[in-house]
Structures are given as C-alpha cells and as structure tokens.
Design a protein around this ligand. Sequence first.
Ligand SMILES: *[C@@H]1O[C@H](CO)[C@@H](O)[C@H](O)[C@H]1NC(C)=O
Ligand SMILES: *[C@@H]1O[C@H](CO)[C@@H](O)[C@H](O)[C@H]1NC(C)=O
Ligand SMILES: *[C@@H]1O[C@H](CO)[C@@H](O)[C@H](O)[C@H]1NC(C)=O
Length: 552
Amino acid sequence: MYCKTILCAIFVLCVPVTMSSDRPHIVLIMVDDLGWNDVSFHGSDQIPTPNIDALAYNGIILNQHYSQPLCTPSRSALVTGTYPIRIGLNGKPLIAAQPASLPAIKIMPEYFKDLGYTTHLIGKWHLGYERWNSTPTYRGFDSFFGFYNGFTSYYDYLSTWKLNNKSHSGFDLRKGIDPAWEFVGQYATDVFTDHGVKLIEKHDPNEPLFMLMSHLAVHAGNDGKLLEAPQETINKFKHISDSNRRTYAAMVSKLDDSVGTIVETLDKKGMLQNSIIVFVSDNGAPTIGIFQNWGSNYPLRGIKGTLFEGGVRTVAFVWSPLLVQSQRVSNELIHITDWLPTLYSAAGGDISALDPNIDGLDQWSSLVYDLSSPRTDMLININDVERTAALRFHNWKLVLGTPIDPSFDDHIGDSGKEVLFAVGYNTSAVYQCRAARSIEKVSFSITAAEDYSILRDQATLKCADHRGKANPCDLSGGDVCLYDILRDPCEENNLSKYFPNVVRSMKRALVEYKSGAVPLVNQNSDIEKADPKLFQYTWNPWLDCADATCRA
Ligand SMILES: *[C@@H]1O[C@H](CO)[C@@H](O)[C@H](O)[C@H]1NC(C)=O
Ligand SMILES: *[C@@H]1O[C@H](CO)[C@@H](O)[C@H](O)[C@H]1NC(C)=O
Ligand SMILES: *[C@@H]1O[C@H](CO)[C@@H](O)[C@H](O)[C@H]1NC(C)=O
C-alpha cells in the first residue's frame, strides 16, 4: 500500500513533464552585436530598456555568460552545443557567396522536433547557403523568415559585399525559400516582430513551440547607412550628444519594444505561464572598425572580434515561471554551447539523446534551484590564423596572442554615460511596461520596483577606472596575460608573473582543446557563380543551380 502511494506520487510528478503538451514553449531571442552597457539593467541610464529589464529582473541575469567573439562562430555554438574549433567555424564569419556552411551534424531545432516541437527561425541565419541543403528549412526549422548573410540594411534588405574588388549587392529576405520583396520599406525589427506575433497567434498552445528570434538589430547595415531607425524613435534620445549613438539607441529601443510585444502576445495566447524566454547577444559591440555600431561595452575591455571581455562576455538572461529561484543575478559560468543541453533538459528531454561530443553542459537544474554551475572551465576560442586564444578556469582567464588590430583590445567606445542632460533610471517605467504587466499575471510574485535598484546594482560591474593603464596587457608581442575575472572584470591587471602554475596548467588545457580542432571551413568567395545578378538580384544558393528558378 505504502509503495503504491509513493509510486503514485512519482507518477503524478513525472507524467506532466513527459507529455508533449506540457513541454514548455521556448523563445530564444538572439540579438546581434549588442554591447554590455547598452541595456539599462547593466547600469547605464542612457538607453532605457524597460521590457528587457523587467524580464531580466524577474528572471535570472546571467552576468558571466560567454558567447564567441563573432557572429558565425556564436551561432554555430548555439545550435550545435559544440565549440566552433571542433567544426571549423572558429575563424572569420562567413562572407557572402562563400561555398562553406555549418557541417551536416544534428542541430538544435532537429533535437526539438524529436520532442514534438514546432520550430521556427526568424531573422539571421549566417551559417551558410551554398546549397539549399545548408539553409534553415533543410536544417530542422519548420519555418524560416529572414536572411542568409551576416547583415542587411534595415529597410531595403540589401546585403552589399566587396568581393574580388567589386561591390555586389543582393536582396536577402526570404519567407521559406522564396524572396519576400513585399517587406521592402518596412523596418526590420518590426517586420520580424510582427512575424513572431503571427506565428504565436496561429500556434496551438497545447503543442510546444520553439522559436529562435534572431534579430538583425543591432548590427550595422551597409556602408553609407550603417545605422537606421524610425525618426520618431530617434527623437526620443535628444539627451544623447552623439548623433550616431542616438540612432543606435533607437535601434536598441525598437528591440526592447519587440521583446514587450512578444511577451504580451505569449500572454494573450495563454502560453506565457509555460514559457522559457532566453535573451543573449552573439558577441559584444564593434565600437570601432568595420561594422562599427556605436554600441558600448563599458566598462569591459575589447570589442567584437577580440577575446577580451567586451568581445565575448555578453548580455544575457533567462526568464520563466518554471525557475524556482529567480529574481536574482547569477555570477556562475555559462557558455553559449550550454543552451542546447539546458533547454533540451528543460523541455523534458533526456540529454543522453544528444550527441555525446557536445561541449555544452546542462545548466537547467542549476538555474531552476540556484545551484552552482556544472561548468568550471570553458574555451573562449582558439584562432590559429590570428594566433589568438583565450579560456576560463574558475575565476581565471588566460588571453594569448597577437590580434589583427591591437587597438581593438583597449577600453574603447562610448561609456553609455556621456549625455547632454541626465535622464535618470525610471523604475516605475520598468514596473509598468508591457512585459512587466504580462509577466505579473503568470508569476507567483513580481519583483517590486524598489528591488529593481538592488538587482541593477548587483548586475553593474564596478572597476577601478584605470582604463587598462594599471598593469596593461600588451599582446602585440605574442605574449600571455592572466586575469582574475571575479576581482578584475575589466582585465586591468596581468597577474601571470604571480601565478605561474595557473598559467602553466591553463596552457596545458589549451593544448588539449586544440587537439580536438579541425581545419576552418572558410573558402574564397565563389562570387562568379553566386553573383546576385544571376539570381534575380537575390543572394541564393548557387551550387545546386544556375539560376533563380532552381529549387532544392
Ligand atoms: C584588388 O585590387 C588590388 C589593388 O588595386 C590589387 O592589388 C589586387 O590584386 C586586386 N585583387 C583582385 C582579387 O582582383
Ligand atoms: C517614469 O515612467 C512613468 C511610467 O511610464 C511615467 O509616468 C513618468 O512620467 C516617468 N517619470 C519620469 C521622471 O520620466
Ligand atoms: C604579463 O605578465 C608577465 C609576467 O609579468 C609578463 O611576462 C608578460 O609579458 C605580461 N604579458 C603581457 C602581454 O603584457
């Protein structure tokens, strides 16, 4: 009798999570090139992001979340759960017309389909399109609405590339496999949001939804109009003195509106109480150089493409009513490869079904119950072409190499503080925003407006304002630097002379990681065959076909 009762209890506890109708809806919002200091929950008043902040404060702010330093590597790590060195994607992002793509291994949407999910990709792919088989709807997404290359402009969806000394421009927006010309003239962030809203509205809430919302924002567009946003949104930022930064702020603000709209739609559809929302940036902001977007990684050092924290330590949080210990800031190590096993586990999947070679770790129970992270070390990247590498081990970070442009490794860019007049952080605006109103309905308790300041303070990094001068790391000699990231998040004090044993063991770990590396997939551009002119002025797969009428 006694046994029967226990079995019954176990049965009752277990059954709901294994029934497909009870699997949580997953909305993974990946943003592009967003700087550490471009969300207001990290301490800057300059660009208010009330919807993003409300979710972050009511979820878990992941303050030691690492991505890869560049777009393609980060996206490959996200969908495969594998360090990009193991699949040849640890180098430069894929350029247009490059006959290379993500290797044919099982990826995130395919795993979620196994669990009964409907899978959607909205926005950026950037994992190759040389053949139809490389494109999203052949890689596990039931639907795709977005672009293949690394960026487009925000209204015309053209992606322009200088290849073999000539400029090549092609249209890059598709619904499924068909060019979606009808959206020309509408703002990309709104267009992707509206599409997300329609998918949620059409979705049967009893079936699990997996949506990867992969924004173009806040990546810079084509030369000549790097930054674009609706004028009425730009006008909200009169307090920002730099006009480029003003436009950038508007782009971030549109992203914040998008988050509010998606949360509101999930609520209206009755899906929010069983949803997990993850928000991550693919890398830090490029504050100078190619695709400069006027973001701010302050107070972190380095920019997109570098292995310093400003390049790889990214804005991230997770929100869900399923998190038992939420409304907190986590300083546990978490890597972008961890989302595959973590979300698979959250969905009730058995992670032994995943490829045993993945590098990601299942962080779900650590997140839910505030346990320590299973991760004590991580490879940040190895790039043999640039001869750079970095890794974390507990509180330590080792950075090696000679970067392409040493000036990128400095503390550079806007501080997110310089304004014409102060605006102040409006906690009641956060408390009253659309995301907060929606999550209040499905949460046991919502973080009080007063507590926002406490969480915000915990999420704000504090560094002595040495700006790298204290004990600088000059990597140009091909040397190494060791930092204690917990005490020195701004990487100002190279400690390698004091901890030679740590340096030695981390170098050994690096050699071990390197033994798993494969050659880069990168190839020269195939622009003669892939020229958009041959494909009705679109970027189109070109190796199966010689013109735009060809289908997979
Ligand atoms: C591009 O132009 C440069 C300088 O004009 C020249 O040296 C180089 O060979 C050209 N490259 C190609 C691929 O045509
Ligand atoms: C703060 O936000 C609230 C709600 O949006 C608004 O009513 C109030 O005017 C704002 N306060 C300031 C000082 O801007
Ligand atoms: C870091 O410190 C070590 C030990 O003092 C020194 O040998 C090395 O040159 C420094 N690295 C850089 C790149 O400055």
